[in-house]
Write a protein that binds this ligand. Structure first.
Ligand SMILES: [Zn+2]
Length: 437
């Protein structure tokens, strides 16, 4: 192995800013041979944390300014209302222009809040995670190689990969079916669930693919797939075997292995009963969903629950309404789902890098509005990255891996055709404000 000594780094060898922009899989392929001094890592970490703080402060200032613009418009409306009982032509014109100003400020405020609460933290968290990979991967790789060579490859947690389907992952899954059903019913009752796709072929395909990978997993309950007509890119696993998949996700998947990767990730959450474990202290599904709605209203419409319907049309869509506890998402469970899903993909004969390939693509997307829903429910973390990437090293190599299929190509085309006629939901400007741009 060629070890690149940091101090005498050859001209053209990547520096840390370049390394943290590389896709995870590419970075890990080269990280084992890097030898970056601890001080360089520590200094760059501090720099990134400082930049993150500055960016967030900047967005806070922007939020303040937008809020004061709104206050100002409201003051002017008050003045209009006090000055006469009925508008004359000038007043009516002024009122319309103030309404448009308010509409625009509200839209900008929501975008700024999404940037502040998700996009910018996520962007820096990816960089900080990749910096930790540079720091920790050489030792991790040595540890994995030594364990495998020493006959201890299966001694890691959930290392019993030849017993998938027969091991004690998430015992009692059948007890979660009611919780998942309740969640779906409540989402419908609150009108938060996008409509189901009316393409039978698409639904059948995702159900068959889900069943195929589920058969190679530790899932013990029947999987019930719903394909949702939304451009949002995401999939949600609810307790008891409910799996919601968006048309946007199918379009964004470049291969069947990538789509299967995201499905196995959700199946892993369901199998390991992460949603049930994390939502147990909260109690009722209604309470959890209401928290989600209130949070969405607060984060994206300035605090008024009455405008939650607008938030439902927001770029985050379903991703913001679902309570992360119900989805079983926290740092620890994400790492476990990362490991288990890599194993399930491998066991099903797919390229086990499927999820990471998709994740890398999302992390590299420059338009944050497209990825904020996905990263709200799949937040980056060092544990997730290290465990998933190490699992790829532990798993015995298979000669022939499934990556794609004709069926996937056909269904991808169906999903793409739907998306072409249904652009991403944007809040529509009131007619009198034109396009609002
Ligand atoms: Zn997850």
């Amino acid at each position: 192995m060629v070890v690149v000594c940091w101090s005498v780094r050859a001209a053209g060898a990547p520096g840390l800013p370049e390394l943290v922009r590389k896709p995870y899989l590419e970075l890990v392929a080269m990280a084992a041979s890097l030898d970056v001094p601890k001080k360089a890592i520590d200094d760059y970490r501090k720099q990134l944390e400082q930049q993150k703080k500055e960016d967030i402060d900047g967005l806070e200032a922007e939020k303040k300014s937008l809020k004061s613009q709104e206050d100002d418009a409201h003051r002017q409306l008050d003045e209009l209302n006090r000055s006469a009982s009925v508008d004359d032509k000038d007043m009516a014109g002024k009122r319309t222009s103030l309404h448009c100003k308010l509409w625009q400020a509200d839209r900008d405020l929501r975008e700024t809040k999404t940037e502040r609460s998700i996009s910018i933290p996520v962007e820096y968290d990816h960089k900080l995670t990749k910096l930790e990979i540079v720091a920790q991967w050489p030792a991790k790789k040595r540890e994995v190689d030594a364990a495998v060579a020493g006959g201890k490859g299966r001694a890691r947690k959930w290392g019993d990969v030849d017993d998938i389907g027969f091991r004690k992952v998430g015992e009692g899954q059948e007890n979660d079916i009611k919780l998942g059903e309740e969640a779906i019913n409540e989402l419908r009752a609150y009108r938060l669930l996008p409509p189901e796709s009316d393409s039978k072929a698409l639904h059948e395909y995702v159900q068959v693919l889900g069943d195929r990978v589920a058969a190679s997993s530790d899932l013990k309950v029947p999987l019930r797939v719903q394909v949702l007509d939304t451009a949002e890119i995401n999939a949600f696993g609810l307790p008891g075997g409910r799996l919601l998949v968006t048309v946007g996700l199918i379009v964004r998947s470049a291969s069947e292995a990538e789509l299967a990767g995201v499905l196995t990730h959700e199946i892993a959450h369901i199998a390991a009963r992460h949603g049930e474990k994390l939502s147990r202290p909260t109690g009722s599904v209604s309470r959890m969903l209401l928290q989600g709605v209130t949070m969405a209203a607060d984060a994206f419409t300035g605090g008024a629950l009455g405008t939650a319907r607008n938030a439902a049309r927001d770029v985050l869509g379903l991703g913001v309404h679902l309570n992360l506890n119900l989805l079983g998402v926290n740092r620890e469970t994400e790492a476990e789902a990362g490991q288990l899903s890599t194993q399930y993909l491998w066991h099903a004969g797919y390229d086990p890098r499927g999820f990471m390939l998709f994740y890398d693509k999302m992390a590299g997307e420059e338009d944050h509005r497209v990825t904020s829903s996905f990263f709200r429910t799949h937040p980056p973390s060092v544990d997730r990255a290290m465990v998933s990437l190490a699992e790829l090293e532990y798993l015995p190599k298979k000669a022939r891996l499934r990556t794609d299929s004709v069926r996937f190509r056909n269904m991808h085309a169906v999903a793409e055709a739907w998306l072409k006629t249904h652009k991403r939901a944007e809040s529509v400007a009131p007619a009198e404000c034109g396009t609002g741009n």
